[in-house]
Design a protein around this ligand. Structure first.
Ligand code: TEU
Ligand code: CA
Length: 555
């Protein structure tokens, strides 16, 4: 079977605002990224995914786009972008843009026109509905607290926003909207961009008639209800047919709420829609028992549940679709804090263990900036330390407005799960502001940058960085890692994550101890031809020390 370049690739995700400032205004920017391409290339990444860099009022840090063909001045100019793209290609790497087309900013000219009247060129570009009995058209809740509807007196109607009021949903039922999106895609693809990460792309087709959500309407139940709507396949097929299929590009659809069965419809190897999907099952584990609290919890992830989440997708897409593999991104807490142990005593070993566990699976791995250092959550203790509207709004709604939960408990949940954890600036060295900026950083750094930073990591051959570099090298060199089938082992085992991969007579055995205990497990590792990688410097056979992770190749 021929393979596509993106099936061999490893992606490095850059959150531009927090990556590298070059003009000392405290905000990361495009020239800063260009300066750091050597570092990303040294890690071994093949592709860079940039979070949105378009003109935006930044109500949701760029996921509210006001002009799809202009660079946000905070990040630089279109010339800076062209320089970054050319330099990325010169390094032999590719560049993905973040395409946010389920919604725009309310500052986009389309919306500014649409809200004026019911009979102008853009009136039908968004989802407007009359009040029902003087109220919102249905019970949908938006992702960042509150109703998913906002009333506009000048039009006498409500408009839908599954996210903030500053993020009105586009009306994909309107063929002119689809063509406008396709034109935006061509603009960037004709500039030489190598593909797109598509923001909440499985929300673009809404359930016919926009009926109420059953049960308790929350942000989570609304997203789940809207996800994977009736015309999604049709829209994605048309996008592929009219645009994507005319370029050699990589596309990954962010699909909250999708199941493997859904994903195969959109990313099947012959589906002619998208190449792969970001699924959410493993990042939504241990949900709060109270449905109104959704993802907000302070519970550690249980290994058997993690295995169900990841193994299900490995088995379901094997030979039928393609997985993206990720532990974290700009919306998730830091991997080593969420899925393992960021206590300084264990952090490095645990971070390496997580890297091995994920990177030996079938799919395209995504490394989020700083994950390759073992960067940790911010362990915030006060609501004043948060800047993300999701964090601030949920605290205001549940603690201050509804008095449903006390402040200290909500702060524990936020410390464990907030997106802010991922947005503290990249830690380059132990100098002031970790070398991120000589100005005042837009967001405070994690104070542990003095111990966790690139400069120290590159001097330490035992660092998480060099472990990730080796994982990426192994993927590039080893077909059984890239293409092998997946065999789960002992899914109920709540200490060790073990699985095998098989390809053309070769077998990989991956064993990861997720605990701080020493355990024993025998999967015939003694008969292996060689050990490919370990986070310890010796091999004690069936003994697995705390957070020990190792990979054997059986010829
Ligand atoms: O996220 C969509 C999404 O469903 C969740 O990640 C959501 O943001 C939240 O974290 C659930 O608790 C995408 C982007 O990745 C995110 O940054 C944007 O805020 C969101 O869409 C709206 O564009
Ligand atoms: Ca800057």
């Amino acid at each position: 079977m021929t393979h596509k370049w993106w099936q061999n690739a490893v992606v490095y995700q850059v959150y531009p605002m927090s990556f590298q400032d070059s003009n000392n205004d405290g905000i990361g920017d495009l020239p800063g990224i260009t300066k750091r391409l050597d570092y990303i290339h040294q890690l071994g990444a093949d592709v860079i995914w940039l979070n949105p860099i378009y003109k935006s009022p930044n109500k949701d840090n760029g996921y509210d786009i006001a002009d799809y063909r202009a660079i946000n001045p905070e990040y630089g100019t279109m010339k800076d972008f062209d320089t970054l793209l050319a330099a990325t290609h010169k390094h032999g790497m590719k560049l993905l843009m973040d395409l946010v087309v389920n919604h725009t900013s309310d500052q986009h000219e389309w919306f500014q026109e649409s809200k004026k009247s019911k009979d102008n060129k853009y009136s039908d570009f968004y989802i407007w509905r009359d009040p029902v009995d003087g109220h919102e058209p249905n019970n949908w809740r938006e992702a960042f607290s509150g109703s998913a509807w906002t009333y506009v007196p000048e039009r006498g109607q409500y408009y839908l926003h599954l996210f903030a009021p500053g993020q009105p949903d586009l009306n994909w039922e309107n063929p002119e909207v689809r063509q406008a999106v396709f034109d935006i895609e061509r603009f960037w693809l004709d500039k030489g961009v190598d593909g797109f990460r598509m923001d909440v792309i499985n929300l673009i087709s809404k359930p016919a008639g926009l009926p109420d959500v059953a049960g308790v309407p929350t942000a989570g139940t609304t997203l789940d209800f809207v996800a994977d709507g009736p015309r999604l396949n049709e829209f994605l097929h048309q996008m592929n047919d009219e645009v994507l299929s005319h370029y050699d590009v990589m596309t990954v659809g962010e699909m909250p709420g999708s199941t493997p069965e859904d994903a195969i419809k959109y990313t099947g190897l012959e589906s002619n829609e998208l190449n792969m999907v970001f699924q959410f099952q493993h990042v939504n584990l241990s949900p709060n028992p109270d449905v109104r609290l959704g993802k907000w919890n302070d519970q550690p992830v249980k290994l058997p549940e993690l295995k169900v989440a990841l193994n299900r997708w490995q088995k379901a897409l094997d030979g039928k679709g393609w997985n993206s593999l990720y532990w974290n991104n700009h919306d998730q807490p830091r991997a080593v804090s969420r899925f393992s142990n960021d206590d300084p005593k264990y952090r490095v070993r645990a971070a390496k263990m997580l890297g091995t566990t994920l990177h030996m699976m079938q799919g395209t791995p995504y490394v989020y900036e700083g994950e390759e250092l073992g960067m940790t959550n911010g362990h915030f203790t006060s609501i004043d330390q948060y800047e993300d509207l999701e964090s601030i709004n949920i605290y205001q709604e549940l603690v201050e407005q509804d008095k449903m939960i006390d402040g200290p408990t909500m702060l524990k949940y936020l410390a464990n799960m907030s997106r802010d954890n991922a947005r503290t600036p990249m830690q380059w060295d132990a100098s002031q502001n970790a070398g991120f900026t000589k100005g005042t950083p837009w967001y405070a750094l994690n104070p542990n940058y003095k111990e966790i930073n690139v400069e120290d990591a590159l001097k330490d051959k035992e660092s998480v960085f060099y472990h990730y570099q080796k994982l990426i090298q192994l993927r590039h060199q080893t077909d059984v890692i890239k293409y092998g089938t997946f065999e789960e082992l002992d899914p109920k085992d709540d200490q060790v994550y073990a699985y095998r991969r098989h390809y053309e007579g070769k077998t990989l055995l991956v064993m990861s101890n997720f605990t701080d205990q020493t355990v024993t497990r025998d999967y015939d590792q003694q008969k292996a031809a060689e050990m490919l990688i370990s986070n310890y410097d010796d091999d004690q056979g069936t003994t697995l020390r705390p957070y020990e992770s190792k990979v054997y190749l059986f010829a």
